[in-house]
Design a protein around this ligand. Structure first.
Ligand code: CMP
Length: 261
């Protein structure tokens, strides 16, 4: 029962073929092998770039520019126009947002190496929605609007549009602000499971949270002194599971088995 279901991941190939955009000439900034390997390490793990194929990753790496910021320097200022996205190579940054009807900006997020920010201005052609300040010196990779629009934008938008309304209906996400919902949409990876397949095994260490997009599943649990797991809960569309191990840091408390493919 170890075989995983077919992954129907949102692929960059399906949505954003750069070679169809004949007039796009990618920017190329000369880099050392060492710089290339550092960017690769960062973007391979980044949610925003996870749907890109090898060629697209190379184009993105070629276009990136290394930039340094000093302690307390604004990388992005809320309300200004934005023409690039940043990926953190080294350092930590704070994100402050001034909300409507509030007098002072609030700290809403902290960024660490591998994180990216500044995508909203590019995705929605809007002014910067928050201010990002370097906490101590930092080194960032900057990606220009043209390369972002031609290579990354389509797959990122598709995912946000596909899952935003679905996530909004789920109870535990009902208090989240729009930006947080979109960030969750970015992180979703669609996976399918066959009937009878175990999505989660009781006793295992877990690092994933699941939401049923379409289908049904049941939770079964083996209690102490018993040889067989028994049915403890049913799940349908929009139900979620797998949160306990993440919140408590404990092994999976039950099995989850797919009932409908
Ligand atoms: P952008 O609007 O281009 O520039 C500011 C960035 O802050 C924004 O893109 C996001 O990447 C990031 N950000 C982090 N948290 C928020 C938030 N709550 N609302 C808006 N932007 C946020």
């Amino acid at each position: 029962m170890e075989t995983k279901g077919t992954r129907i991941g949102v692929s960059a190939e399906a949505y954003g073929k750069f070679n169809k955009k004949e007039d796009f000439v990618p920017k190329v900034i000369t880099k050392s092998e060492e710089q290339i390997s550092r960017i690769k390490d960062r973007i391979i793990k980044s949610i925003l770039f996870q749907n890109l194929d090898q060629k697209e990753i190379e184009i993105v790496i070629g276009a990136m520019e290394e930039i340094q910021f000093e302690d307390q320097q604004n990388v992005i200022t809320q309300g200004e126009q934005g023409d690039c996205l940043f990926v953190i190579e080294k350092g930590e940054l704070d994100c402050f947002k001034l909300f409507k009807n509030e007098k002072a900006p609030r700290l809403v997020k902290q960024y660490f190496p591998g994180d990216s920010f500044g995508e909203l201005a590019l995705l929605y052609n809007a002014p910067r929605q928050a201010t990002i300040v370097s906490k101590g010196p930092s080194i960032l990779w900057k990606l220009d609007r043209e390369t972002f629009n031609n290579i990354v934008r389509e797959s990122a938008m598709k995912k946000r549009e596909t899952y935003h309304d679905f996530l909004k209906k789920i109870e535990i996400f009902s208090t989240l602000e729009e930006y947080e919902l979109y960030s969750i949409a970015d992180a979703l990876i669609p996976k399918s499971f066959r009937v009878g397949e175990f999505v989660i095994n009781q006793g295992e260490i877990g690092d994933t949270f699941y939401i049923i997009l379409d289908g049904q599943a049941e939770a079964t649990k083996k209690f102490e002194g018993s040889d067989h797991p028994i049915h403890v809960k049913s799940y349908k569309d929009q139900d979620y599971f797998g949160e306990l191990a993440l919140i408590k840091g404990t092994p999976r408390a039950a099995n989850i088995v797919a009932l409908v493919s």
